[in-house]
Write a protein that binds this ligand. Structure first.
Ligand SMILES: Nc1ncnc2c1ncn2[C@@H]1O[C@H](COP(=O)(O)OP(=O)(O)OP(=O)(O)O)[C@@H](O)[C@H]1O
Ligand SMILES: [Mg+2]
Length: 1045
């Protein structure tokens, strides 16, 4: 194994814990030897030491990523990938939030290391469209932030001028979901001033070199760096850095992150404004009052700025050259001197840029933030500006070094102090290791009452004359006796002549070396004030982005409260960062800078030794060697490794500690490798842990095989049982089905056999008993069969019951003809009877009358067929209803049979007169139609007979008995429109009274008896007859001719 062999290589041990002998010299030598072999990474336990090679090494290829992926930390060569992999796996598998702390001085390779960690995590986490997009966005945040936040310094061509802490958030599967970036104090003084040989932020050079002519024109910029006051022509381009290409890369990155083209344009416009502000020149003039004032020398640049941001040039001019001062309730406009004007201009440029940077970080955060609210695991990567010592160190260096001091403190706390304290707490035998605890320096800076930052804040807020001298005096007074504080004054007091310490300076003995800070600018930078007129002018612009950067410029929101100082803000954000880091499992990458010339493969031992010292690497190794590489609470430890011992697997019923002891006893590690604390087990060397992990992995894969085996067995068994059950069920059903079919077939056969046997038996019996009279019986049987079929057939197909329907089916056999005819008659009569029975009495009487009429007149009188259609209505006068006939109605009473109008033929002249005729059950009454009075009342029994003609006329002669009273006058000759009905009803009434048939003569010649003697009447058919009825003509005294037609 590559890693293992190099571990044991005495000349260049991969883990400095194995170094023998352990001296500063051997340590540096080992680092140098490894560096020479291009092994730039070395471990101290699980801390990675990285020496900047200043050249591209082939150790970051995808194959390398694959090699380190899921590999045990100690099984491979030391690499930044190994620590990244360890942290990622611990996060994914052990559910522990991680942080990777990358420390080292400026140019030591922190930013490169952080990018390597991020790209490794991105490469090994799972792939998928959404995940890849997230990863791309996270990675692409680097070129954007580097363009705006990095600059060339004397120590590093790509020096981070801001602190960056990035939380990468993962889901439970270890897939990146997004992230959050926090930025710390951008070195904004660089905007307006930088040391010779250094550069302003990259973005300005990138913009001028990479922007197309159209874009430059749109931003009102010129490509020439020398044209801009804030830039430096000499270092406009850097060897090995292609600003134009970087500009395009940055634009692409912005697109990937999700910046809209409008946002990019706005961002570049604001950047151009910062650059152009540096070109605004002021010149002094004197006002009429004799006061010095300043004015814009060349308004062209100002006009262009205002065009870019949509602002009235006079507003900006006024804000740059004057200042509104509030004195009591009055506001006074005072003019500014030229230095004051430049101060305001620079403050504005710095403020715009630093706020723009904050906006940029927030905008990136908006894109990369996690959208879902599922549970997350976090890996934080801290890449903050490294410890730096310049010729002239200002407020920024002070802040940067304070931050590094805090990081060193965290390192000391977590690796040296805490570790040793833990041994004591856990009751492990321990010889304390001496180390330098830098809390005293941290305290010197951050103590809230006597710390340098607190003093500075106090000075900034104090009324009265305040300047750097008063601040320094205060420090000298308060910190005169502090071991890590020096100044000219304190040195003098100690009678030490120190020419390297000028006035206006103080010196702090940092963990990494002594740094002399020049107090000039401390107060101003800490106050970080911007004239209100300028922020109001910015707010007044129509440029959305720029306006949003200056919310305090809104005149509605004017606040008299002073904003928190830069030092205060930084201190609190560092405190928050520390809290965040403490809550996570730390992983360290300690970067070392091998030379001061940025040269490839040059190793300056003195320089490295200084870093080894202040990084406390020796102490780190010592503690590591004396101490234990790994510790864990008994519970989780037992849980993780219990499968390595039969007694603890699968369940241990005793206490956790006993369980761990039993477990480890079974594993036969050397006794000195283990220590049992009160709550934790300690394992001395990483190798033992590595062995333990390896055994666990083997055992886990054995167990996995066992589980797989059991599961597969179980699955096959259950599947087999299921199949068996199904098979039994299917065969049961099949057998049942077969048996059922067989049974049915047998049953059918048995029935056939039975039928045959029974038939045979019956035939035999039949033959025995009926052989003698067989033929008669058979013929009778057939005969009755036929008759039965005929009758049943008739019964089923009886003809309709309508009396007019005379259909009847023919007889199927001749021998049934008579019967059929008989049945037809019976059926017809029965049908008629049935019809009659259901008739109401009135209808029955009517039909009886019709029948009677038929018997009397059918085929005898031509009028008869006409009468068939007319119903016999009886009362044609409406006696009851008509009041005129009231008297007649009274006479007839209930006995009325018929009432009609007739015409009576005058016996003397043959003329006719109308009369009303009433036939009752007893009488026949003739009445005068006008008076409606009865004129003649005849008893029915007095009627002797009736004569009518053959023709279709209504003429009739009523012959009376001569004995009757009325009969004395003689017979009546009448003409009726309802002759048939009248005669029929008369006939019926007569029969009812006398029980005899009324003699009816249908003749054309008959004689009548009148008072004056008998008269012979001859009926003649003649066309001369009137349409109203027959015409009677007297022919002599005893003859009358009746003309009818
Ligand atoms: N692993 C590496 N391989 C090759 N070159 C490297 C490596 N690490 C760093 N460098 C080189 O060193 C230079 C400085 O590194 P980097 O910017 O990471 O330093 P830094 O520690 O972040 O400094 P600062 O504190 O100033 O930001 C890089 O620009 C690169 O050229
Ligand atoms: Mg950096």
């Amino acid at each position: 194994m590559e890693g293992t062999s190099s571990m044991l290589d005495a000349e260049a041990v991969a883990d400095l814990v194995l170094l023998d002998p352990l001296t500063e010299e051997s340590l540096v030598q080992t680092l140098q030897e490894r560096f020479r072999r291009h092994d730039i990474y070395t471990y101290i336990g699980n801390v990675v030491i990285s020496v900047n090679p200043y050249q591209a090494l082939p150790i970051y290829t995808p194959e390398k990523v694959e090699e380190y992926h899921n590999c045990s930390f100690f099984a491979v060569k030391p690499h930044i990938y190994a620590i990244a992999d360890d942290a990622y796996r611990s996060l994914r598998d052990r559910d522990r939030d991680q942080c990777i702390l990358i420390t080292g001085e400026s140019g030591a390779g922190k930013t490169e290391a952080s990018k390597l960690v991020m790209s490794y995590v991105a490469a090994v986490s799972s792939k998928g469209e959404e995940v890849n997009k997230v990863k791309e966005q996270l990675l692409q945040s680097n070129p954007v932030l580097e363009a705006f936040g990095n600059a060339k310094t004397v120590r590093n061509d790509n020096s981070s001028r801001f602190g960056k802490y990035m939380d990468i958030e993962f889901d439970f599967k270890g897939e990146p979901l997004g992230g959050v970036i926090s930025n710390y104090l951008l070195e904004k003084s660089r905007i307006v001033r930088h040391v010779k040989g250094e550069r302003n932020f990259h973005i300005f050079y990138q913009l001028l070199a990479g922007a197309s002519p159209q874009l430059l024109q749109q931003l009102k910029l010129r490509q020439d760096c020398g044209h801009y006051g804030y830039l430096d022509r000499a270092s406009s381009s850097l060897p090995g850095m292609d600003d134009a290409a970087n500009f395009h890369a940055m634009q692409d990155a912005m697109r990937v992150i999700g910046f809209s083209p409008a946002e990019v344009t706005e961002l570049l416009e604001v950047t151009a404004v910062v650059l152009k502000l540096g070109n605004i020149q002021l010149s002094s003039s004197f006002q009429a009052s004799g006061m010095e004032a300043c004015s814009i020398t060349d308004p062209q640049e100002l006009r262009e700025i205002c065009e870019l941001i949509g602002l009235d040039p006079s507003t900006l001019e006024q804000a740059l050259c004057t200042r509104t001062v509030k004195a009591r309730d009055e506001t006074v406009l005072t003019t500014l001197t030229v230095p004051q004007g430049y101060y305001g201009r620079d403050a504005l440029a710095k403020n715009i840029y630093s706020r723009l940077f904050d906006w940029l970080v927030n905008r990136i955060n908006t894109s990369i933030q996690v959208k879902s609210d599922e549970q997350r695991k976090v890996m934080g990567v801290l890449d903050i500006y490294g410890f730096e010592i310049f010729q002239d160190n200002g407020f920024e260096q002070f802040i940067i070094n304070y931050c590094n001091e805090k990081l060193q403190q965290i390192f000391i706390l977590m690796t040296l102090k805490e570790e040793q304290e833990e041994y004591v707490r856990e009751g492990i035998q321990w010889t304390p290791v001496e180390f330098f605890d830098n809390s005293i320096i941290c305290n010197l800076i951050e103590n809230s009452t006597s710390g340098v930052l607190a003093m500075l804040d106090e000075e900034c807020l104090r009324p009265g004359v305040v300047n750097e001298d008063t601040f320094l005096n205060k420090l000298n007074q308060l910190l005169a006796k502090h071991k890590h504080y020096e100044s000219k004054e304190t040195q003098n007091a100690r009678h030490i002549t120190d020419t390297s310490l000028p006035a206006h300076c103080f010196r702090i003995h940092h963990y990494a070396g002594k740094v002399t800070y020049n107090v000039t600018g401390f107060i101003e930078k800490n106050n970080d004030l911007l004239f209100r007129d300028l922020s109001q002018a910015m707010w007044a612009s129509r440029h959305t982005l720029l306006r949003s950067l200056f919310p305090e410029g809104d005149p509605q929101k004017v606040s008299l409260k002073l904003p928190p100082t830069a030092g205060f803000q930084f201190k609190s954000s560092v405190a928050m960062l520390m809290k965040n880091l403490y809550s996570k499992n730390p992983n360290y990458i300690r970067c070392i800078k091998p030379n001061d010339t940025k040269s490839a493969m040059v190793f300056t031992p003195e320089l490295v030794l200084a870093q080894v010292r202040y990084l406390g690497l020796m102490e780190n190794v010592r503690v590591r060697r004396a101490g234990y590489a790994f510790r864990q609470l008994y519970g989780p430890f037992l849980q993780r490794y219990k499968m390595l011992n039969r007694r603890t697997w699968p369940r241990w019923d005793g206490g956790d500690r006993e369980g761990v002891e039993v477990l480890m006893a079974g594993l036969a590690f050397p006794a000195e490798e283990l220590a049992f604390g009160h709550t934790k087990i300690f394992i001395r060397s990483p190798r033992t842990l590595f062995d333990l992990e390896q055994q666990r992995q083997e055992r886990v894969s054995q167990l996995a095989t066992l589980i797989q085996k059991m599961f597969r067995g179980w699955r096959c068994r259950t599947q087999y049982q299921l199949m068996r059950k199904s098979q039994i069920l299917i065969s049961a059903w099949f057998r049942g089905h077969r048996q059922k079919n067989q049974y049915k077939q047998m049953k059918r056969s048995a029935l056939v056999l039975q039928a045959y046997a029974r038939g045979w038996k019956a035939r035999r019996t039949y033959r025995k008993y009926f052989r003698s009279s067989a033929s008669t019986r058979v013929s009778n049987f057939i005969y009755w069969g036929l008759v039965q079929r005929y009758l049943l057939g008739l019964a089923k197909n009886l003809p309709p019951l309508a009396v007019t329907d005379r259909t009847w089916p023919p007889a199927p056999y001749r021998f049934l003809d008579k019967t059929n005819q008989e049945l037809k008659n019976i059926f017809y009569h029965w049908k008629c009877k049935k019809y009659r029975d259901q008739l109401p009495p009135s209808r029955r009487a009517q039909l009886q009358a019709k029948l009677c009429a038929s018997e009397l007149f059918k085929d005898k009188k031509t009028l008869y067929p006409k009468s068939l259609q007319q119903p016999f209505r009886g009362d044609y006068l409406g006696l009851k209803q008509n009041p005129k006939y009231q008297k007649l109605h009274a006479v007839a009473k209930d006995k009325l049979v018929m009432a009609d109008t007739v015409r009576k033929v005058n016996r003397a002249n043959g003329k006719t007169v109308p009369r009303l005729l009433l036939l009752t059950t007893e009488h026949l009454i003739l009445a005068d139609p006008k008076a409606a009075q009865p004129k003649t009342v005849l008893s029915i029994s007095d009627i002797r007979g009736v004569s009518v003609t053959h023709f279709s006329d209504g003429f009739l002669a009523l012959h009376l008995k001569e004995v009757s009273t009325v009969g004395a006058k003689g017979d009546f000759l009448l003409v009726s429109d309802h002759l048939i009905e009248l005669v029929t009803r008369l006939h019926q009434t007569f029969e009812a009274i006398s029980g005899q048939v009324l003699p009816l003569h249908i003749t054309d010649r008959f004689s009548t008896h009148f008072l004056k003697g008998d008269m012979s009447i001859t009926v003649v058919e003649s066309p001369k007859a009137g349409t109203d009825g027959p015409v009677c003509k007297k022919k002599g005294s005893n003859k009358m001719e009746v003309l009818v037609h």
